[in-house]
Design a protein around this ligand. Structure first.
Ligand SMILES: [Zn+2]
Length: 273
């Protein structure tokens, strides 16, 4: 009888633990607790290494000037007081030479990749700054890390955080890399990233609503060019509507050449190898 009571009390305790950990995993801030932000750097570095080792899929453009142009843009966005991890995350950019792909993505820890297809489609610097701000927001808000904790559970997150099982970290990085599966963002993540991109750009000279030009361009396109983009960045009409509302609510003045920087951007595009 005693053994039976003991068995049930252990089972009830296990049941409570499962419910509690399930509940905690859903809580904001839980990821920071079990997997501190510095762990994103190692994951990002591993993904970065895999991207560099896959030149067929990710041909990196060998053009130091163009890369520096984008890096300067990123550094301007990082000046925003809303950016928490600018001194922790590397925030490096590479350009992928693929005119047919209209996309950009960011690994945990801030390794940012921008496709030439995206650069060439846009007409002004402010639009690209909006997309870059959006990618930075995914890293800052730790969207991939949140998904790792949810997908792999508490134990693995703690193993990664403790750093005592490098094989498991590599395994997670490889899984994230394969098809960029863990870079696929939910609608909420997308909406948050748009929101923060807007806030970041408010600290710059760029028109913070310019990501809407990018949305408009995407709407006007079709076929394979945006397939990859839509697989990692769902684009419902409400994202466009929300940007218009943010512009209105923040009383942002209409854009002009100074806040869009289209002339210097066109020069940059001409120089792009
Ligand atoms: Zn996104």
């Amino acid at each position: 009888m005693n053994a039976l009571i003991k068995y049930f009390s252990v089972s009830v305790w296990q049941f409570y633990c499962i419910i509690l950990s399930g509940f905690l995993i859903q809580c904001a801030g839980f990821t920071n607790l079990v997997m501190p932000p510095k762990n994103d750097i190692g994951l990002g570095a591993q993904m970065d290494a895999q991207i560099r080792n896959s030149p067929k899929e990710y041909p990196i453009l060998n053009d130091a000037n163009s890369r520096q142009y984008l890096q300067n843009m990123i550094n301007k966005v990082l000046q925003s007081p809303e950016i928490k991890y600018k001194s922790m995350f590397p925030y490096k950019v590479e350009i992928i030479k693929d005119d047919k792909t209209v996309n950009a993505f960011c690994t945990p820890g801030g390794y940012i990749y921008v496709y030439t297809g995206l650069i060439k489609m846009l007409d002004n610097e402010a639009s690209l700054a909006g997309v870059i701000g959006h990618e930075i927001a995914h890293a800052e808000l730790r969207h991939s890390a949140n998904r790792i904790v949810k997908a792999y559970g508490l134990q693995l997150a703690v193993e990664i955080a403790l750093g005592n099982n490098p094989g498991r970290t590599a395994e997670v990085a490889a899984n994230m890399f394969s098809g960029l599966a863990l870079l696929k963002n939910s609608r909420n993540d997308e909406s948050d990233a748009d929101d923060y991109s807007f806030k970041y750009l408010q600290s710059t000279n760029w028109y913070p609503g310019a990501i809407s030009y990018f949305f408009e361009k995407v709407k006007g396109q079709g076929g394979g060019a945006i397939e990859s983009l839509l697989s990692t960045h769902p684009l419902p009409q409400d994202r466009l509507d929300t940007v218009s509302k943010r512009v209105k609510d923040a009383r942002i003045p209409p854009p002009n050449e100074s806040t869009l920087s289209s002339k210097s951007y066109l020069e940059f595009k001409k120089r792009l190898l």
